[in-house]
Structure formats: C-alpha cells, structure tokens
Design a protein around this ligand. Structure first.
Ligand code: ZN
Length: 252
C-alpha cells in the first residue's frame, strides 16, 4: 500500500484528461509525477486543457503543465517533484517510461494508445487508471497491478473498423473535466487500497443517465489477464483504422 505522499505517478498524455487529475493529486499531496507528451499547446484545446493559459500557446505541453503544477498550493506537503518526457508513449519506450512508478494515469486520446498503456502497465505490474471521452459521454476505470480486472476485460481489443474518437466526434469540455476528476479519485483509491478499488468503472453521460458506478470482474478469456499478451508487439495496436490526418485534432 502506497499513500499519495510516497507515490510517484506516471501521466501519459498531457491534455484535458490529465489536467484536473494532476491538479487534484498535486494539491492533495502527491510526492512526484512524470508527464509524458510530445505535443504543443494549441488554441483549439485550451477550453478543456485547464492547466494551460493563452501565454502557453506553442509551448511544450509537458513543460507548461509542469510549471503550472509546481506553482499549485501545497500547504501541508513539500514541493511536488515533476519530471517531463517530451515523447510519445510507444512500445519501444514503454518499459523505460514506466520504471520506478507506483501508478499510471492514461490521459491519451485514442484507443490504440489506451490498449498499449493497459498492456504495458500490466506487464510491468503497475496499477493504472484509464479514461476516455467522446462527445457527451465518458468513462474511467481502475485497473489492478497484476491480476484482472483490466481494460481488456471491459473493451476486449481494438475494433477492426472505423472508430469514433474525440478527434472525429469532438468532446465536451466539462465532460472531460468530470472524467479527469474521477480519474484522480480512482488513483487515490488504487494507491490506498488496491484490492477494493480495482475494477471500479465510472460511466458518465451528461445528457442522459448521469454518473453510474459499476464493479467490473475479470473476464474469462481476457488475453491480458490470461497471459496471452506477453509483449508489446506494435502490430497489436495497428488494427484500428485511424481517421484521415486532416480530421485529427489533439484531444482531449
Ligand atoms: Zn483482463
């Protein structure tokens, strides 16, 4: 069991899904975090990526976010240690980036990256919080370090056809904020009592049923829990046909 004051958290993707989560964890006393992203701050995502200001336009996201997080008030804790990695999270650097961390927060914006984070975290035996948003709906899931339930227990695998993502469908800023805050709550719970938190799935529908909590159980036949996913072969993350590049936008 690791408390926030002792924990080192890896945050993959420094957009909207990471913003409220990192802010909440730092203000609550998190000891250290590492931010991973190779993108730059863009005007089109400022409305949901709340760590950034208009003065940050064009800056490296990890550098601008690190500066914002170091400036947050921590009346009862020592200054937070923030490290930055200006890179994408990829199969060939996943193990190195994960090393030395107690928990992973997946703030990526596409399914291929989410499955890669899920697989890499499980192979490294590190608990993970995953989250995603499309339009008015979102979800957040706490995944255990070494045994199910995991993200593949819920979503199985990358779909073979065209996938609706935030890049094509758009996202609603407040929904991103809700999912990011839920991710922080799941992270605190996973660090404090992993056996209770693992498998908790929040689903949020801003226009419909609101917030629901489900307890996910390990799925029989899950390739990650059964050990069939034993490496991070890049072909495993390329079955999903991406949107044309001219429709992509950095989000959430
Ligand atoms: Zn599983």
């Amino acid at each position: 069991m690791t408390g926030l004051a002792q924990a080192r958290v890896l945050v993959i993707g420094c957009g909207g899904l990471a913003a409220s989560a990192t802010r909440a964890l730092v203000e609550a006393g998190l000891r250290a975090l590492t931010l991973v992203d190779d993108d730059r701050v863009d005007l089109s995502n400022l409305h949901r990526q709340t760590l950034f200001r208009t003065e940050d336009l064009g800056r490296s996201k990890v550098e601008a976010a690190a500066e914002a997080l170091r400036a947050l008030p921590r009346p009862h804790a020592a200054p937070v240690q923030v490290e930055t990695r200006t890179t994408r999270f990829l199969p060939d650097n996943a193990e190195t980036l994960l090393a030395g961390h107690d928990l992973v927060i997946d703030g990526t914006d596409n399914l291929a990256s989410k499955f890669l984070v899920a697989d890499a975290a499980r192979l490294a035996r590190i608990p993970a919080v995953h989250g995603g948003v499309v339009r008015w709906t979102g979800w957040a899931l706490a995944s255990a370090a070494s045994q199910g339930p995991c993200m593949r227990c819920v979503f199985e695998d990358l779909p073979a056809g065209r996938v609706e993502t935030c890049a094509g469908a758009g996202v609603v800023g407040p929904v991103v904020g809700v999912v990011s805050a839920l991710s922080a709550a799941l992270a605190v719970d996973l660090l404090a009592r992993a056996d209770v938190a693992a498998g908790r799935l929040y689903s949020y529908d801003a226009l419909g049923r609101g917030l629901r909590q489900t307890r996910v159980r390990a799925r029989s036949g899950c390739p990650l829990c059964d050990g069939q996913v034993a490496d991070l072969n890049i072909s495993r993350y390329m079955t999903c046909r991406p949107f044309p590049s001219n429709q992509e936008s950095p989000c959430p």
